[in-house]
Ligand binder design. Structure first.
Ligand code: SAM
Length: 284
């Protein structure tokens, strides 16, 4: 095995790493916000790396994008206006737009270069970008949510990078307070919440505490597989003030009018069954 032909992301705090075999570096640039690299891999399609961290591959992104979107969209009673904070690769936006009741979907991404490069190198993820319901704003999601009309949004999806750099402020009480103000009465927030194995006692637990302090009352963390992220296991966490987030429109999910690769109604139900250590750590 020739190690030079592999890209490796090393997770120093956990003493682990993940590698993909690379055929060609397709692009590299330093944007205003981060270093963006795009590779063609031998078996995983194209790969995007931000500041040395794997973001998406063609092969496995459906796991993350479907679980960041469909559970929350089938939990809300009638999601019409949905906002994705981050998510510049457009994969979450594409899944949101599969729901016919959505009338307006915003992607609020700080780094326009991530979206422009995704259009070029991940055309499938961007295939719904010309949907008339899709809207794009390139700027800071923290400020955008602060400026949003109170009660105007049904679902906020935080599809961010790890809680460092520009994404750090997407994980604290001040941000969650502004989310709560921007959400309607039945509104739901869902946040990418890192690795169940590595972060249940740190990032996930602290994030839920900040959400609680901000006024959210109901929580549900959903673990799911994600091979390219640290530990190969990832999660999202739903939060709402008024509505339960561990019940969902099962019948609608079962009879969904669109295709998915991973998500279905029974899988959604199963994903809510947390392992013992997470129940203990999160006390949901
Ligand atoms: N699926 C990925 C993960 O969990 O690692 C996240 C993918 S998505 C490409 C993350 C995006 O969040 C990046 O493109 C980054 O530019 C964006 N982002 C980070 N902080 C942001 C902020 N404050 N406002 C808007 N977008 C932000």
């Amino acid at each position: 095995m020739n190690n030079d032909s592999f890209f490796t992301e090393i997770w120093t705090p956990e003493g682990s790493a993940f590698s993909l075999e690379i055929e060609e570096k397709l692009h590299e640039e330093q944007s205003e916000f981060q270093k963006i690299e795009i590779y063609r891999t031998r078996h995983w399609g194209n790969l995007m790396v931000l500041d040395g961290c794997y973001m998406v591959t063609d092969r496995d992104n459906f796991l993350y994008h479907e679980m960041m979107t469909h559970p929350v969209l089938f939990t809300h009673t009638n999601p019409r206006k949905v906002v994705v904070i981050g998510g510049g690769d457009c994969g979450a936006l594409k899944e949101v737009l599969k729901h016919p009741n959505v009338t307006e979907a915003w992607q609020v991404e700080i780094d326009e270069r991530v979206t422009r490069l995704s259009e070029q190198y991940f055309p499938d993820l961007c295939s719904s970008n010309s949907d008339p319901r899709a809207h794009f704003y390139f700027g800071d999601g923290i400020q955008w949510i602060k400026d949003a009309e109170p009660g105007s949004i049904d679902i906020i999806i935080v599809d961010s990078t790890d809680p460092v750099g520009p994404a750090e402020g997407l994980f604290n009480k001040a941000f969650f307070e502004t989310c709560l103000r921007a959400l309607g009465d039945n509104g739901i927030l869902v946040q990418q919440s890192e690795s169940p194995l590595f972060h249940s006692q740190t990032i996930i637990r602290d994030m839920i505490a900040e959400m609680r302090q901000a006024g959210f009352c109901h929580f549900q963390t959903l673990p799911f597989p994600q091979p390219i992220y640290p530990s190969g296991w990832w999660s999202c966490t739903m939060a709402s003030k008024n509505v339960s987030v561990n019940e969902f429109r099962y019948d609608h999910a079962q009879e969904k009018v669109f295709a998915t690769h991973y998500y279905n109604a029974d899988l959604h139900r199963g994903a809510m069954a947390l392992p013992e250590f997470m129940k203990r750590d999160l006390e949901q």
